[in-house]
Design a protein around this ligand. Structure first.
Ligand code: NAD
Ligand code: UD1
Length: 351
Protein backbone atom coordinates (compact mmCIF):
# COMPACT_ATOMS: atom_id res chain seq x y z
CA UNK A 1 0.00 0.00 0.00
CA UNK A 2 1.56 3.30 -1.11
CA UNK A 3 1.64 6.29 1.24
CA UNK A 4 0.62 9.64 -0.23
CA UNK A 5 0.81 13.05 1.43
CA UNK A 6 -1.92 15.54 0.65
CA UNK A 7 -1.57 19.14 1.83
CA UNK A 8 -4.84 20.99 2.34
CA UNK A 9 -6.60 17.62 2.47
CA UNK A 10 -9.59 18.88 4.46
CA UNK A 11 -10.40 21.60 1.92
CA UNK A 12 -12.91 21.44 -0.93
CA UNK A 13 -10.69 19.70 -3.48
CA UNK A 14 -8.52 17.88 -0.92
CA UNK A 15 -11.44 16.16 0.82
CA UNK A 16 -12.73 14.71 -2.46
CA UNK A 17 -9.25 13.64 -3.59
CA UNK A 18 -8.69 12.00 -0.18
CA UNK A 19 -11.86 9.91 -0.48
CA UNK A 20 -10.87 8.80 -3.99
CA UNK A 21 -7.35 7.89 -2.81
CA UNK A 22 -8.69 5.80 0.09
CA UNK A 23 -11.08 4.03 -2.26
CA UNK A 24 -8.09 3.15 -4.43
CA UNK A 25 -6.37 1.63 -1.38
CA UNK A 26 -3.76 4.28 -0.69
CA UNK A 27 -2.47 5.17 2.74
CA UNK A 28 -3.24 8.90 3.02
CA UNK A 29 -1.50 11.47 5.22
CA UNK A 30 -3.27 14.82 5.37
CA UNK A 31 -1.75 18.11 6.44
CA UNK A 32 -4.17 20.92 7.15
CA UNK A 33 -4.03 24.04 9.33
CA UNK A 34 -7.84 24.48 9.19
CA UNK A 35 -7.27 27.99 7.88
CA UNK A 36 -10.17 27.52 5.47
CA UNK A 37 -11.71 24.28 6.75
CA UNK A 38 -12.74 22.81 10.10
CA UNK A 39 -12.54 19.80 12.36
CA UNK A 40 -16.27 19.26 12.03
CA UNK A 41 -15.79 18.95 8.27
CA UNK A 42 -13.01 16.42 8.87
CA UNK A 43 -15.47 14.41 10.98
CA UNK A 44 -17.81 14.49 8.00
CA UNK A 45 -15.07 12.99 5.85
CA UNK A 46 -14.67 10.19 8.43
CA UNK A 47 -18.42 9.62 8.38
CA UNK A 48 -18.31 9.27 4.60
CA UNK A 49 -15.30 6.93 4.75
CA UNK A 50 -17.13 4.76 7.30
CA UNK A 51 -20.15 4.56 5.05
CA UNK A 52 -17.99 3.45 2.10
CA UNK A 53 -15.80 0.97 4.00
CA UNK A 54 -14.92 1.31 7.72
CA UNK A 55 -11.59 -0.44 7.06
CA UNK A 56 -10.35 2.57 5.07
CA UNK A 57 -10.33 4.71 8.21
CA UNK A 58 -7.11 3.16 9.48
CA UNK A 59 -5.38 4.32 6.29
CA UNK A 60 -6.06 7.99 6.99
CA UNK A 61 -3.78 10.12 9.17
CA UNK A 62 -4.25 13.81 9.94
CA UNK A 63 -1.50 16.22 10.97
CA UNK A 64 -2.78 19.63 12.01
CA UNK A 65 -0.29 22.40 11.20
CA UNK A 66 1.09 24.84 8.67
CA UNK A 67 3.16 23.72 5.70
CA UNK A 68 5.45 26.73 6.15
CA UNK A 69 6.80 25.09 9.33
CA UNK A 70 9.79 23.01 8.20
CA UNK A 71 10.16 21.13 11.52
CA UNK A 72 6.52 20.11 11.37
CA UNK A 73 6.86 18.96 7.75
CA UNK A 74 10.04 17.01 8.39
CA UNK A 75 8.46 15.22 11.36
CA UNK A 76 5.76 13.90 9.02
CA UNK A 77 8.29 12.54 6.55
CA UNK A 78 10.34 11.15 9.47
CA UNK A 79 7.31 9.42 11.03
CA UNK A 80 6.68 7.71 7.70
CA UNK A 81 10.34 6.68 7.47
CA UNK A 82 10.28 5.23 11.01
CA UNK A 83 7.27 3.13 10.04
CA UNK A 84 9.22 1.96 7.02
CA UNK A 85 6.51 3.33 4.77
CA UNK A 86 8.02 6.24 2.89
CA UNK A 87 5.83 8.96 1.42
CA UNK A 88 5.93 8.18 -2.30
CA UNK A 89 4.02 11.14 -3.69
CA UNK A 90 2.63 14.52 -2.66
CA UNK A 91 -0.55 16.24 -3.82
CA UNK A 92 -0.09 19.88 -2.90
CA UNK A 93 -3.34 21.78 -2.42
CA UNK A 94 -2.76 23.89 0.70
CA UNK A 95 -2.91 27.58 -0.11
CA UNK A 96 -5.03 30.69 -0.31
CA UNK A 97 -7.37 31.00 -3.28
CA UNK A 98 -9.53 34.12 -3.25
CA UNK A 99 -8.76 36.50 -6.10
CA UNK A 100 -10.43 39.42 -4.34
CA UNK A 101 -8.59 38.86 -1.07
CA UNK A 102 -5.28 38.52 -2.93
CA UNK A 103 -5.73 42.01 -4.38
CA UNK A 104 -6.21 43.47 -0.90
CA UNK A 105 -3.63 41.36 0.95
CA UNK A 106 -0.98 40.36 -1.61
CA UNK A 107 1.73 39.63 0.97
CA UNK A 108 -0.47 37.03 2.68
CA UNK A 109 -0.84 35.31 -0.67
CA UNK A 110 2.85 35.40 -1.55
CA UNK A 111 3.73 34.22 1.95
CA UNK A 112 1.26 31.34 2.15
CA UNK A 113 1.41 30.11 -1.42
CA UNK A 114 5.04 30.65 -2.36
CA UNK A 115 6.79 30.07 0.99
CA UNK A 116 4.48 27.08 1.58
CA UNK A 117 5.53 25.51 -1.73
CA UNK A 118 9.24 26.17 -1.08
CA UNK A 119 9.18 24.61 2.40
CA UNK A 120 7.31 21.60 1.06
CA UNK A 121 9.77 21.06 -1.80
CA UNK A 122 12.72 21.36 0.60
CA UNK A 123 11.25 18.69 2.87
CA UNK A 124 10.40 16.44 -0.06
CA UNK A 125 13.93 16.68 -1.42
CA UNK A 126 15.46 16.03 2.00
CA UNK A 127 13.43 12.81 2.31
CA UNK A 128 13.97 11.74 -1.27
CA UNK A 129 10.36 12.16 -2.35
CA UNK A 130 10.27 13.64 -5.86
CA UNK A 131 6.74 13.02 -7.11
CA UNK A 132 4.52 16.11 -6.95
CA UNK A 133 1.04 16.97 -8.17
CA UNK A 134 0.51 20.73 -7.88
CA UNK A 135 -2.82 22.58 -7.78
CA UNK A 136 -2.48 25.27 -10.39
CA UNK A 137 -5.29 27.24 -11.97
CA UNK A 138 -6.65 28.38 -15.31
CA UNK A 139 -6.41 31.86 -13.81
CA UNK A 140 -2.73 31.91 -14.88
CA UNK A 141 -3.87 32.29 -18.52
CA UNK A 142 -5.52 35.66 -17.77
CA UNK A 143 -7.12 37.30 -20.77
CA UNK A 144 -6.78 35.00 -23.74
CA UNK A 145 -8.27 35.28 -27.19
CA UNK A 146 -8.35 31.56 -28.03
CA UNK A 147 -11.69 29.75 -28.11
CA UNK A 148 -10.18 26.79 -26.32
CA UNK A 149 -7.12 27.33 -24.13
CA UNK A 150 -4.33 24.80 -24.42
CA UNK A 151 -1.26 24.39 -22.24
CA UNK A 152 1.01 26.40 -24.52
CA UNK A 153 -1.27 29.44 -24.44
CA UNK A 154 0.32 32.57 -22.95
CA UNK A 155 0.76 32.71 -19.20
CA UNK A 156 -0.54 36.12 -18.30
CA UNK A 157 -2.00 36.38 -14.78
CA UNK A 158 -3.96 39.50 -13.91
CA UNK A 159 -4.16 39.30 -10.12
CA UNK A 160 -1.81 38.47 -7.21
CA UNK A 161 -3.37 35.04 -6.68
CA UNK A 162 -2.73 34.17 -10.33
CA UNK A 163 0.85 35.49 -10.05
CA UNK A 164 1.55 33.20 -7.09
CA UNK A 165 0.33 30.15 -9.04
CA UNK A 166 2.28 31.09 -12.20
CA UNK A 167 5.42 31.78 -10.14
CA UNK A 168 5.21 28.40 -8.42
CA UNK A 169 4.89 26.76 -11.84
CA UNK A 170 8.04 28.57 -13.04
CA UNK A 171 9.86 27.61 -9.85
CA UNK A 172 8.87 23.97 -10.35
CA UNK A 173 10.17 24.10 -13.89
CA UNK A 174 13.51 25.49 -12.69
CA UNK A 175 13.69 22.72 -10.11
CA UNK A 176 12.91 20.05 -12.68
CA UNK A 177 15.55 21.40 -15.06
CA UNK A 178 18.20 21.54 -12.33
CA UNK A 179 18.35 17.72 -12.40
CA UNK A 180 16.34 16.14 -15.17
CA UNK A 181 16.65 12.64 -13.69
CA UNK A 182 15.04 13.51 -10.40
CA UNK A 183 11.56 15.01 -10.29
CA UNK A 184 8.11 14.02 -11.48
CA UNK A 185 6.01 17.19 -11.45
CA UNK A 186 2.51 17.82 -12.77
CA UNK A 187 0.93 21.27 -12.72
CA UNK A 188 -2.79 20.59 -12.91
CA UNK A 189 -4.52 23.72 -14.14
CA UNK A 190 -8.07 23.56 -12.84
CA UNK A 191 -10.88 25.33 -14.63
CA UNK A 192 -14.06 25.85 -12.54
CA UNK A 193 -14.58 22.92 -10.15
CA UNK A 194 -18.10 22.75 -8.71
CA UNK A 195 -20.52 20.14 -7.33
CA UNK A 196 -19.93 17.71 -4.49
CA UNK A 197 -19.54 14.04 -3.64
CA UNK A 198 -22.71 12.23 -4.73
CA UNK A 199 -23.37 11.11 -1.12
CA UNK A 200 -24.07 14.72 -0.17
CA UNK A 201 -21.84 14.18 2.89
CA UNK A 202 -18.97 16.41 1.75
CA UNK A 203 -18.74 19.43 -0.54
CA UNK A 204 -17.52 23.01 -0.68
CA UNK A 205 -17.78 24.76 2.68
CA UNK A 206 -15.80 28.01 2.55
CA UNK A 207 -15.40 30.18 5.63
CA UNK A 208 -17.11 33.55 5.19
CA UNK A 209 -19.10 34.73 2.18
CA UNK A 210 -18.04 33.06 -1.08
CA UNK A 211 -17.30 35.03 -4.27
CA UNK A 212 -17.63 32.16 -6.72
CA UNK A 213 -20.85 31.72 -8.61
CA UNK A 214 -21.76 28.13 -7.68
CA UNK A 215 -21.74 28.44 -3.86
CA UNK A 216 -23.67 31.71 -4.33
CA UNK A 217 -26.33 29.98 -6.46
CA UNK A 218 -26.75 27.47 -3.62
CA UNK A 219 -27.08 30.24 -1.06
CA UNK A 220 -29.76 31.97 -3.14
CA UNK A 221 -31.63 28.69 -3.61
CA UNK A 222 -31.59 28.12 0.17
CA UNK A 223 -32.73 31.73 0.70
CA UNK A 224 -29.64 32.74 2.68
CA UNK A 225 -29.21 35.41 -0.01
CA UNK A 226 -32.15 37.06 -1.78
CA UNK A 227 -30.87 37.24 -5.33
CA UNK A 228 -27.91 36.23 -7.42
CA UNK A 229 -26.16 39.13 -9.11
CA UNK A 230 -25.17 38.05 -12.59
CA UNK A 231 -22.19 40.15 -13.64
CA UNK A 232 -23.13 41.42 -17.09
CA UNK A 233 -25.55 40.32 -19.82
CA UNK A 234 -23.78 42.22 -22.57
CA UNK A 235 -20.79 39.93 -23.11
CA UNK A 236 -20.01 38.65 -26.57
CA UNK A 237 -21.69 35.25 -25.94
CA UNK A 238 -24.98 33.57 -26.98
CA UNK A 239 -27.04 34.79 -24.03
CA UNK A 240 -24.80 37.72 -23.05
CA UNK A 241 -23.53 36.12 -19.80
CA UNK A 242 -19.98 34.84 -19.33
CA UNK A 243 -18.96 31.36 -20.39
CA UNK A 244 -16.94 29.05 -18.16
CA UNK A 245 -15.76 25.45 -18.13
CA UNK A 246 -17.42 23.98 -15.02
CA UNK A 247 -16.03 20.59 -14.00
CA UNK A 248 -17.46 18.17 -11.43
CA UNK A 249 -15.27 17.95 -8.35
CA UNK A 250 -15.18 14.13 -8.60
CA UNK A 251 -13.93 14.28 -12.19
CA UNK A 252 -11.25 16.68 -10.96
CA UNK A 253 -10.40 14.24 -8.14
CA UNK A 254 -10.10 11.41 -10.68
CA UNK A 255 -7.65 13.56 -12.66
CA UNK A 256 -5.40 13.80 -9.57
CA UNK A 257 -5.41 10.05 -8.99
CA UNK A 258 -4.63 9.39 -12.65
CA UNK A 259 -1.78 11.91 -12.69
CA UNK A 260 -0.36 10.37 -9.54
CA UNK A 261 -0.62 6.83 -10.88
CA UNK A 262 0.88 7.90 -14.21
CA UNK A 263 3.99 8.96 -12.28
CA UNK A 264 4.05 6.05 -9.81
CA UNK A 265 3.84 3.55 -12.67
CA UNK A 266 6.37 5.18 -14.98
CA UNK A 267 9.23 5.86 -12.50
CA UNK A 268 11.04 8.18 -15.00
CA UNK A 269 11.27 11.89 -14.30
CA UNK A 270 8.77 14.11 -16.07
CA UNK A 271 7.38 17.66 -16.10
CA UNK A 272 3.77 18.13 -17.16
CA UNK A 273 1.33 21.02 -17.49
CA UNK A 274 -2.23 19.73 -17.85
CA UNK A 275 -5.57 21.48 -18.14
CA UNK A 276 -8.29 19.84 -16.05
CA UNK A 277 -11.54 21.03 -17.58
CA UNK A 278 -14.34 19.41 -19.56
CA UNK A 279 -13.75 21.40 -22.74
CA UNK A 280 -17.47 22.20 -22.72
CA UNK A 281 -18.69 25.79 -22.52
CA UNK A 282 -21.57 26.68 -20.17
CA UNK A 283 -22.87 30.20 -19.64
CA UNK A 284 -23.66 31.53 -16.17
CA UNK A 285 -27.34 31.77 -17.17
CA UNK A 286 -27.35 28.16 -18.42
CA UNK A 287 -25.86 27.06 -15.11
CA UNK A 288 -28.56 28.90 -13.15
CA UNK A 289 -31.34 27.49 -15.34
CA UNK A 290 -30.04 23.91 -15.11
CA UNK A 291 -29.75 24.29 -11.33
CA UNK A 292 -33.36 25.47 -11.05
CA UNK A 293 -34.70 22.75 -13.29
CA UNK A 294 -32.82 19.76 -11.93
CA UNK A 295 -33.39 20.71 -8.27
CA UNK A 296 -36.85 22.18 -8.71
CA UNK A 297 -35.89 25.35 -6.79
CA UNK A 298 -36.05 29.06 -7.49
CA UNK A 299 -32.84 31.05 -8.00
CA UNK A 300 -33.92 34.67 -8.43
CA UNK A 301 -31.31 36.79 -10.19
CA UNK A 302 -30.64 40.31 -11.43
CA UNK A 303 -28.26 41.37 -14.15
CA UNK A 304 -25.76 43.89 -12.80
CA UNK A 305 -22.61 45.54 -14.15
CA UNK A 306 -19.67 43.47 -15.26
CA UNK A 307 -17.19 42.46 -12.53
CA UNK A 308 -13.72 43.92 -12.89
CA UNK A 309 -11.14 41.37 -14.05
CA UNK A 310 -13.69 38.99 -15.64
CA UNK A 311 -13.25 37.58 -19.12
CA UNK A 312 -16.13 36.64 -21.42
CA UNK A 313 -15.06 33.08 -21.98
CA UNK A 314 -12.54 30.59 -20.63
CA UNK A 315 -12.79 26.97 -21.73
CA UNK A 316 -10.15 24.23 -21.61
CA UNK A 317 -8.60 22.37 -24.45
CA UNK A 318 -8.30 19.18 -22.36
CA UNK A 319 -6.92 16.87 -25.06
CA UNK A 320 -3.46 16.64 -23.50
CA UNK A 321 -4.78 15.54 -20.09
CA UNK A 322 -7.15 13.04 -21.73
CA UNK A 323 -4.42 11.56 -23.90
CA UNK A 324 -1.64 11.55 -21.31
CA UNK A 325 -3.61 10.27 -18.34
CA UNK A 326 -6.31 8.29 -20.13
CA UNK A 327 -8.68 10.51 -18.15
CA UNK A 328 -12.17 11.53 -19.22
CA UNK A 329 -14.49 13.87 -17.31
CA UNK A 330 -17.78 11.98 -17.13
CA UNK A 331 -20.26 14.07 -15.17
CA UNK A 332 -22.67 16.57 -16.70
CA UNK A 333 -23.69 20.05 -15.58
CA UNK A 334 -26.95 18.54 -14.25
CA UNK A 335 -24.91 16.15 -12.02
CA UNK A 336 -22.85 19.08 -10.74
CA UNK A 337 -26.05 20.98 -9.90
CA UNK A 338 -27.84 18.07 -8.20
CA UNK A 339 -24.82 16.85 -6.20
CA UNK A 340 -23.92 20.41 -5.15
CA UNK A 341 -27.45 21.11 -3.98
CA UNK A 342 -27.69 17.79 -2.13
CA UNK A 343 -24.59 18.78 -0.16
CA UNK A 344 -25.71 22.36 0.41
CA UNK A 345 -29.06 21.17 1.73
CA UNK A 346 -27.08 19.11 4.28
CA UNK A 347 -24.64 21.81 5.47
CA UNK A 348 -26.93 23.27 8.11
CA UNK A 349 -27.14 19.86 9.76
CA UNK A 350 -23.55 19.97 10.90
CA UNK A 351 -22.20 23.53 11.07
P1 NAD B 1 -9.75 25.21 0.15
O1 NAD B 1 -9.50 26.54 0.77
O2 NAD B 1 -11.10 24.60 0.31
O3 NAD B 1 -8.67 24.14 0.66
C1 NAD B 1 -7.35 24.50 1.00
C2 NAD B 1 -7.02 23.82 2.32
O4 NAD B 1 -5.67 24.13 2.65
C3 NAD B 1 -7.90 24.30 3.46
O5 NAD B 1 -8.40 23.20 4.18
C4 NAD B 1 -6.95 25.15 4.31
O6 NAD B 1 -7.29 25.09 5.69
C5 NAD B 1 -5.61 24.52 4.01
N1 NAD B 1 -4.47 25.43 4.12
C6 NAD B 1 -4.36 26.66 3.57
N2 NAD B 1 -3.13 27.17 3.83
C7 NAD B 1 -2.47 26.23 4.55
C8 NAD B 1 -1.16 26.16 5.08
N3 NAD B 1 -0.29 27.17 4.94
N4 NAD B 1 -0.80 25.04 5.75
C9 NAD B 1 -1.68 24.01 5.89
N5 NAD B 1 -2.92 24.02 5.41
C10 NAD B 1 -3.32 25.12 4.74
O7 NAD B 1 -9.38 25.35 -1.40
P2 NAD B 1 -9.68 24.35 -2.58
O8 NAD B 1 -10.79 24.89 -3.38
O9 NAD B 1 -9.75 22.97 -2.07
O10 NAD B 1 -8.36 24.55 -3.43
C11 NAD B 1 -7.20 23.76 -3.21
C12 NAD B 1 -6.06 24.31 -4.06
O11 NAD B 1 -6.46 24.32 -5.42
C13 NAD B 1 -5.68 25.74 -3.70
O12 NAD B 1 -4.28 25.84 -3.74
C14 NAD B 1 -6.31 26.57 -4.81
O13 NAD B 1 -5.57 27.72 -5.08
C15 NAD B 1 -6.26 25.62 -5.98
N6 NAD B 1 -7.33 25.91 -6.94
C16 NAD B 1 -8.63 25.88 -6.56
C17 NAD B 1 -9.63 26.17 -7.48
C18 NAD B 1 -11.08 26.15 -7.09
O14 NAD B 1 -11.91 26.61 -7.86
N7 NAD B 1 -11.44 25.63 -5.92
C19 NAD B 1 -9.29 26.51 -8.80
C20 NAD B 1 -7.95 26.52 -9.16
C21 NAD B 1 -6.96 26.22 -8.23
C1 UD1 C 1 -12.58 32.66 -10.25
C2 UD1 C 1 -11.28 33.35 -10.24
C3 UD1 C 1 -10.21 32.38 -10.67
C4 UD1 C 1 -10.23 31.15 -9.75
C5 UD1 C 1 -11.61 30.54 -9.79
C6 UD1 C 1 -11.73 29.39 -8.83
C7 UD1 C 1 -11.78 35.72 -10.71
C8 UD1 C 1 -11.67 36.84 -11.70
N1 UD1 C 1 -11.32 34.51 -11.12
O1 UD1 C 1 -12.84 32.23 -11.58
O2 UD1 C 1 -8.97 32.99 -10.57
O3 UD1 C 1 -9.28 30.19 -10.19
O4 UD1 C 1 -12.56 31.54 -9.41
O5 UD1 C 1 -11.57 29.83 -7.52
O6 UD1 C 1 -12.23 35.92 -9.61
N2 UD1 C 1 -20.47 35.45 -11.43
C9 UD1 C 1 -21.67 36.12 -11.37
N3 UD1 C 1 -22.13 36.46 -10.14
C10 UD1 C 1 -21.46 36.18 -8.99
C11 UD1 C 1 -20.24 35.50 -9.07
C12 UD1 C 1 -19.76 35.15 -10.32
O7 UD1 C 1 -22.31 36.40 -12.37
O8 UD1 C 1 -21.94 36.55 -7.89
C13 UD1 C 1 -19.98 35.07 -12.76
C14 UD1 C 1 -18.62 35.68 -13.06
O9 UD1 C 1 -18.79 36.93 -13.68
C15 UD1 C 1 -18.02 34.63 -13.97
C16 UD1 C 1 -18.69 33.31 -13.59
O10 UD1 C 1 -19.81 33.66 -12.79
O11 UD1 C 1 -18.38 34.93 -15.28
C17 UD1 C 1 -17.77 32.44 -12.76
O12 UD1 C 1 -17.28 33.23 -11.68
P1 UD1 C 1 -16.48 32.58 -10.48
O13 UD1 C 1 -17.21 31.43 -9.92
O14 UD1 C 1 -16.07 33.68 -9.55
O15 UD1 C 1 -15.21 31.94 -11.19
P2 UD1 C 1 -14.17 32.63 -12.22
O16 UD1 C 1 -14.28 34.09 -12.24
O17 UD1 C 1 -14.29 31.91 -13.51
Amino acid sequence: MKKILITGGVGFIGSHVTISLLEKNYDVVIIDSFLNSSKSFYLRMIELINSINPLFKKNLHLYEGDIRNSHFLEKIFLDAKKENKLIEGVIHLAGLKSVKESVNFPLNYWNCNLIGAIRLLEAMDKFNCHCLIFSSSATIYGKNQNLLINEISNINPINPYGFTKATIEFMLQNLFESDKQKWQIANLRYFNPIGAHSSGLIGENPKGMPNNVFPLINKVASREIKKLKIFGNDWNTNDGTCIRDFIHIMDLADGHIMALEYFLNMKNSKFLNLNLGTGKPTSVLELVKTFQKINNVEVPYDFVNRREGDVDRIVADNELAKKTLNWEPKRKISDMCSDGWKWHSNIKNFC
